[in-house]
Structures are given as C-alpha cells and as structure tokens.
Design a protein around this ligand. Structure first.
Ligand code: SAM
Length: 226
C-alpha cells in the first residue's frame, strides 16, 4: 500500500507553537524532508523525535520530489517541513505537492503558523482581502515590474523582507505606492515581537535617524489603494 506525504507546519519562533498532530506526524514519519538538516534536527531534538532526514532544497527540488514520490509509492510516509512556518509558502514544497498529485499520491496538511497570516492578523490593517507577494524579486527589472503592479492594488499587500533590505524596500514602496499606512511586524512569537505602525515617510525617517533599529525577521503589511 502506498504511503502518504504530510506537509507539516513548524513554529516561526516560539517552539511551543508546534501542534500535537505535528509532533505525532513527525514521530510516525519514515522520512522527514527538510531544508536545513541542522535546523530541523534542533527542532526534533527539542521534542525528542528520532527520524531519518533527507534534504529538500530549492536547487534539488524536482529530482528530490521524484525520489520522495518513489519512496511513498513503496509504502513510506514522508513528512515535509521547511526551516520555519508552512512549507510551500515562500519555501520549497509546492512542486513536491504538484508532482505527488500527478503520481496519484495522497497529500495531507498539518496546519500551523505562517508569518504572513499571523502578521496580517496582528497588523490592524484591513484583512478582508489581501495579496501575498512573498519576497520582492532582487532582480531590478522584475522588482520594478512588481512594484508597478502594486501601485493600483486595492487589497492589503503582504511582503516578507530581510532586515538588510528593509529600508530600501520601504523607500521603493513610498516611491511607487505613495505615503501609505504600513504595519511593520517583526519577530513574531519571539521575545522582541513588535508591530511598528505608521505612514511610510515617517517610518523611513525613524529608521534613517535611528529612532528604530533594524533587527530580526520582518513582514510588511501595506494598506491597499483607497
Ligand atoms: N514558510 C514561512 C511561513 O510560512 O511563514 C516563510 C518562510 S520565508 C523563507 C522566511 C520569511 O518569513 C522571513 O524572512 C520573514 O520575512 C518571515 N518570517 C518568518 N518568521 C518570522 C517571524 N517570526 N517574524 C516575522 N517574520 C517572519
């Protein structure tokens, strides 16, 4: 009998946010596919989970997906995790799910935190409709194209951003979208969890004049065009 693939969400900071089902699924999996084995091992050790790990990265995602599907067809249960949060959301995963369906393999999800949605709930910005954009492209031309598209977006825009690009991105958002209201959500579920709210221009000057320090992981929630 064929096994199954389980997409397992893991904490985005606070390890107590793991679910009981996630622990059970990881304990019962024959193999856990993960991004960084050292990172996943830390999580597994914390919950005393012994498992066989295999790495699943951006660069080997297609061959690895085929390999994983073959193991599942032989009857193995494979859990897939990313470094943090929900696999397949700005993380590897969707190709595996797509290939699995095409191979007639069952896929299940073990829900848990995802930074985008947690930040949206915490942002105080309209959450009725939103456009999740993940990370803006690094390539200048692609970045410009996306920013131009966002100019007329009336839904709340959600972006992931690395700390070293935060101020640059805020400036570009101001340039393309105008002086919108933004909630900068950082370090969700961690000791320094914080929401910094305000208009883009004011926030940019706060960072430039060091009234705010840039540190940690960030999600930007940007008010849509009214
Ligand atoms: N799959 C993950 C999810 O479901 O949220 C996202 C992975 S993506 C590679 C990592 C980015 O998510 C970080 O650079 C940051 O923008 C955001 N992120 C992850 N954890 C976060 C946290 N605790 N607080 C704020 N942002 C976070």
């Amino acid at each position: 009998m064929a096994g199954k693939i389980y997409l397992v969400a893991t904490p985005i900071g606070n390890l107590s946010d793991i679910s009981i089902r996630a622990i059970e699924t990881l304990k019962n999996a024959d193999i856990i596919a993960c991004e960084d084995t050292r990172n996943t091992l830390r999580l597994l050790n914390h919950f005393d989970i012994k498992a066989r790990l295999t790495s699943y990265h951006e660069y080997n995602k297609i061959e690895k997906a085929v390999e994983i599907c073959n193991l599942v067809k032989e009857g193995r249960n494979v859990a897939m995790v990313s470094d943090a949060g929900m696999p397949a959301i700005s993380d590897p995963g969707y190709e595996l799910v797509d290939i699995a369906y095409k191979e007639g393999i069952e896929v299940s999800v073990i829900p848990g935190p995802s930074a985008a949605v947690c930040a949206l709930a915490l942002s105080g910005i309209n959450s009725d409709r939103f456009s999740f954009e993940g990370f803006l492209p690094v390539d200048k031309k692609e970045r410009k194209e996306i920013l131009s598209e966002l100019e007329n977006e009336s839904r709340t825009v959600i972006l992931y951003e690395a700390p070293h690009r935060l101020v640059k991105t805020l400036k570009e958002l101001f340039e393309y979208l105008g002086d919108r209201n933004v909630s900068i959500v950082r370090e969700l579920t961690k000791i320094h969890e914080e929401v910094i709210r305000g208009r883009l221009l004011k926030l940019i000057s706060d960072y430039e004049e060091e009234r705010q320090v840039v540190r940690g992981e960030y999600v930007l929630e940007i008010e849509g065009k009214s």
